[in-house]
Design a protein around this ligand. Structure first.
Ligand SMILES: Nc1ncnc2c1ncn2[C@@H]1O[C@H](COP(=O)(O)OP(=O)(O)OP(=O)(O)O)[C@@H](O)[C@H]1O
Length: 590
């Protein structure tokens, strides 16, 4: 498109926008909106519940008051149908009469408690029944396949999809084919009596028992679009919700798992939340970036031992792809950020379906994955955990193809292997992640992870979230903790003396944090959370290190003690522990 065309289009857009904003109707709408906002803040309460009947009593009394001008005006006002309806609505709100009135249970629906057989009779007119039937291939039973909306069966409310038909007008349907049954239905006149076993009594079909872990915080009080604030519920990231209805595309019905409530409340559907996020402006794209003078890296080669003050195998090397670049390679980093941004538009964390999974304490093996933006403090937290309880926490020993140094022993600092062995294992998918440094391979091998777990320890692994998928299955059952940075003020305060390892071309350098490093860390955490949030079990904000370490330790202890874990529904069933797909046990939990 040429430049001239673009500017003409823009002018036309401006003209259109201008004329739209100048419209009187738009101004009126704004005014109404403002009034309503102000009104909402007042939170008015009804003064009484029977304003409509009071007004009609008043109208009767006014008739006897003689026709003075004021009386006439008042009488005319309260007799207007609009005003009357307005008072009816007011009374309905005052009486909190929001529930739909349910039709009475029809007398002709008899239920035999013992075998849950139900006898229903429909009066057949010339109107078709509006239902189709089929043979259930697993049981051979005749079941209602579909109920046509608005048909006689639908209107009766007595027959539902999935109901098993046992008899029609006393004729058993045992071992009959649908083709043989249709004439029975067509010939029947007047009352048609069905003996049925309701589908819902077999598996409570009306109540969907889908469990979702929420991947965002929600508070109906902050949501102007919620149909009724009282009917909706608040939840936090990580809460387990039992979703009982997904029929509506915008508002699902759910309850908090384990809160004992029998009432479901409204929550935004997956689709609605996705739409909202898409409509929000991507913040990162419009954030003005501070440009501060580059902080020169310390010209020494990074040695993790030197930084952390302790040499523990597995803590010395991080293969995380998100390792911070120095200023020279910042441009490259920015390009990566844009492509992350594009991708993150598609993956919006909403809810993830989960199932409960139980195991005997002796069968529990633990793998904890720590993830977070580069420099946030994953290594520091891992180091503190291992030092605090080396019998309980272990880290996997990395593999490398570089030469062993004099003071090193095989299997302590590293497993030293040849290029050929490393590459063979790489092809065999034995590495969760790997990297090349100064021409040598380094990597985290699954065997190392198994070794730590076989010792009965909790294996701590730090991984870029994109690598979690290699372990994200019922065999490893990783518990994933995402370490988030605090706000920029707290980063400035807490990281004054901290140093981190940055990637300076082919070398790793030690550097102190700059303002841009903090901003990068925050941006990167937002993007990672958006892109991989569905994989995280816990979020820890690493502000004050002592507090976040204490919190992490407490969460890991809780995880070890827990009898039941909520795991993704798509982890397959070949697990040594048992996820329950059927949720019949849940009644005792609620
Ligand atoms: N909460 C904190 N308060 C102060 N300093 C911290 C805190 N957390 C970490 N640090 C310090 O910040 C620096 C970087 O931390 P660390 O090496 O653990 O980051 P990382 O997430 O492992 O980064 P990378 O993946 O780039 O190796 C270290 O000097 C560490 O001691």
């Amino acid at each position: 498109m040429s430049g001239a065309e673009t500017s003409t289009d823009r002018e036309e857009d401006y003209r259109f926008l201008h004329s739209m904003l100048m419209e009187k109707k738009v101004h009126l709408l704004f005014k109404i909106h403002e009034r309503l906002r102000r009104f909402e803040e007042w939170s008015p309460v009804p003064v009484q519940e029977h304003a409509a009947s009071l007004a009609s009593e008043l109208a009767e009394e006014l008739l006897n008051q003689g026709w003075r001008e004021e009386v006439k005006n008042l009488f005319a006002l309260i007799s207007k149908p609009h005003f009357k309806n307005f008072l009816h609505v007011h009374d309905a709100v005052a009486q909190r009469d929001f529930e739909p009135v349910l039709p009475p249970v029809p007398d002709d629906a008899l239920e035999d408690e013992e075998d849950s057989v139900k006898i229903v009779s429909l009066v057949k007119t010339i109107e078709p029944l509006g239902a189709t039937i089929k043979t259930d291939t697993s049981t051979g039973a005749i079941v209602v396949a579909r109920i046509m909306r608005g048909g006689a069966a639908d209107k009766s409310g007595l027959i539902h999809e999935g109901d098993e038909l046992k008899e029609v007008n006393g004729v058993s349907l045992e071992r009959r084919k649908p083709k043989e049954i249709l004439p029975l239905l067509l010939c029947s006149e007047g009352d048609v009596k069905f003996k049925i076993i309701p589908g819902s009594s077999k598996e409570d079909r009306n109540t969907a028992k889908v469990f979702m872990r929420a991947l965002f915080d929600y508070n109906p009080m902050d949501d102007p679009t919620v149909p009724c604030k009282d009917a909706a519920m608040a939840f936090k990231w990580g809460d387990i919700l039992q979703v009982v209805s997904m029929e509506d595309d915008t508002w699902w019905q759910a309850r908090h798992h384990g809160d004992g409530s029998s009432w479901a409340s409204l929550i935004p559907s997956k689709q609605l939340h996705e739409k909202r996020i898409v409509l929000q402006r991507p913040k990162a794209l419009f954030k003005p970036r501070r440009v501060s003078p580059p902080v020169p890296p310390v010209t020494e080669q990074a040695d993790y031992g030197a930084i952390t003050g302790i040499h523990i195998a597995g803590l010395r090397w991080s293969f995380r792809l998100g390792k911070k670049s120095s200023n020279r390679s910042r441009k490259r980093g920015q390009i990566r950020r844009w492509s992350y941004e594009a991708c993150s538009r598609v993956c919006i964390p909403t809810y993830i379906e989960v199932i409960p999974c139980s195991s005997e304490p002796k069968d529990r093996r633990h793998l904890v994955v720590l993830a977070g933006p580069s420099g946030v403090g994953v290594t520091e937290l891992k180091r503190r955990l291992v030092i605090s309880d080396p019998d309980r926490y272990g880290v996997s020993v990395p593999y490398t193809t570089r030469e062993r140094r004099n003071q090193e022993s095989d299997g302590v600092e590293y497993h030293f292997v040849s290029n050929q062995v490393f590459e063979e294992q790489l092809l065999d998918h034995r590495f969760v992640e790997y990297g090349v440094y100064k021409g040598h391979y380094y990597g985290t091998n699954l065997d190392s992870v198994h070794r730590v777990m076989a010792e009965g320890k909790i294996c701590l692994l730090d991984l870029h979230p994109s690598k979690i998928k290699h372990l994200y299955n019922s065999k490893f059952q990783p518990y994933v903790v995402f370490v988030k940075p605090p706000g920029i003020e707290e980063l400035r305060l807490t990281r004054r003396r901290a140093k981190f390892v940055c990637d300076e071309g082919s070398f790793n350098m030690v550097k102190i944090f700059s303002e841009e490093d903090f901003e990068d860390m925050i941006d990167s955490a937002e993007l990672l959370e958006r892109q991989y949030g569905h994989l995280f079990d816990k979020l820890i904000v690493n502000g004050d290190i002592a507090t976040s370490f204490k919190q992490l330790k407490m969460e890991l202890e809780k995880m070890v003690e827990a009898e039941v874990r909520w795991v993704p529904a798509d982890w397959n069933d070949s697990t040594p522990t048992k996820p329950w797909r059927s949720c019949s046990y849940l009644t005792s939990w609620n």
